[in-house]
Design a protein. Structure first.
Length: 384
């Protein structure tokens, strides 16, 4: 009888030990500091044992790996070609690849697929674009105040003070519905790879009366801007409009800037979350986003629509506001300029050096020196 009791207790101990180990694994949490120095949320992890900088992008169906990632040995094998579409709706056939193991602290995800694309922004910053094919397998907590990101296979707990909305997934990417000004929008991509707030199609039929009215009221804040996708970039007219309220689920968010342009993938970007919340929880296992709003009433930064590109060793104006400041009339799209904040285009050895400098540039005030020596100062412009 004693022997049978000992055997039973031994079996019970090992069963309990195995359950404890399983729970410990399921409750393992990855944590890492992140930065947004180049506008996207970036943190460190490992691919095939090599340290990699991950740029967090819920809007990408798959990860993007450039030559910088391949050179690290982070790609296990290459696969067939697929057609990818970027944010500008341009398409291109690219090769796929597999990474045997991705490590986020104690968490391991195996056989992660990527698209092999040399996107200059990613290659020049030495980033890997972490896509929703991996992001969706985990739950995430993003602490914007302390610049920490956490991941777990178990959902993160929240209390009743947090606001929430549900999402649906298409090709691993999260989508939500919202409304404003009696207009109902469906299937808006939640895109942490978009540095802005909200981007909508200005040719959509339901919004035409709204846009016309804002134009009559001189509240459409027109500009010409450059949109950069994974495989393309383009310059197109745009309008930025502040709406009184945006309703998502059962919650209303006030004074939200919406950008209207064409073509575009309609999306809500990381600025919405980083501006309004101290923490955002993405519990993919529940198909729910949770928002812990900041204690103070936050405001979105006013835009500076000035932008410029680096082509064939020259600075060229690629974006500006239209009629919102006297300076708008002093430069033209495509115009070459001599200096930007005292920096000459000749100071850059290559395009990568320019990209790293440009995405770290403070746009609160930018001084352009034209080829004739005239200086023009562009600042952020309060929206009408």
């Amino acid at each position: 009888m004693k022997r049978r009791s000992i055997v039973f207790l031994t079996l019970f101990f090992f069963a309990f030990f195995e359950i404890s180990l399983a729970n410990s694994f399921n409750d393992s949490i990855f944590s890492a500091p992140f930065h947004m120095d180049a506008r996207l949320l970036v943190f460190k992890g490992k691919m095939n044992g090599r340290e990699v900088n991950f740029a967090f992008d819920t809007g990408a169906a798959q990860g993007l790996a450039g030559s910088n990632i391949q050179e690290k040995g982070a790609i296990s094998k290459k696969g067939k070609k697929l057609t990818m579409q970027d944010a500008n709706k341009n398409k291109k056939k690219v090769r796929t690849a597999i990474t045997e193991i991705v490590e986020l602290g104690p968490l391991e995800i195996r056989n992660v697929s990527s698209l092999l694309v040399d996107m200059p922004y990613l290659v020049c910053h030495d980033y890997y674009l972490l896509g929703s094919n991996l992001i969706r397998q985990l739950n995430w907590q993003i602490d914007f105040e302390n610049k920490m990101i956490y991941a777990s296979k178990s959902p993160f707990p929240v209390d009743e003070s947090w606001q929430s909305f549900d999402v649906i997934y298409r090709n691993n990417r999260p989508y939500l519905d919202f409304s404003f000004d009696s207009l109902e929008y469906q299937n808006i991509l939640v895109d942490f790879g978009f540095a802005g707030t909200v981007d909508l199609d200005n040719k959509k039929s339901i919004v035409q009366d709204f846009l016309k009215q804002k134009n009559i009221e001189a509240k459409d804040n027109p500009s010409i801007s450059m949109s950069i996708g994974a495989i393309s970039q383009q310059i197109a007219p745009a309008f930025t409009i502040i709406i009184d309220s945006l309703k998502i689920g059962n919650h209303v968010y006030t004074q939200i800037p919406l950008n209207f342009e064409y073509p575009t993938t309609e999306k809500i970007g990381v600025s919405f979350f980083s501006t309004l919340t101290s923490q955002t929880v993405i519990n993919n296992s529940e198909s729910t986003y949770y928002l812990k709003l900041k204690n103070e009433t936050p405001s979105f930064r006013d835009p500076n629509h000035l932008s410029f590109s680096f082509e064939k060793g020259k600075f060229l104006i690629s974006g500006k506001s239209i009629g919102l400041s006297p300076e708008d009339a002093l430069v033209e799209i495509g115009e070459e300029v001599a200096l930007v904040n005292g920096i000459s285009s000749m100071d850059f050895e290559d395009n990568c050096q320019f990209i790293r400098w440009y995405y770290g540039l403070n746009f609160d005030q930018v001084t352009i020196t034209k080829l004739n020596g005239q200086e023009v100062i562009f600042t952020r412009i309060p929206l009408n």
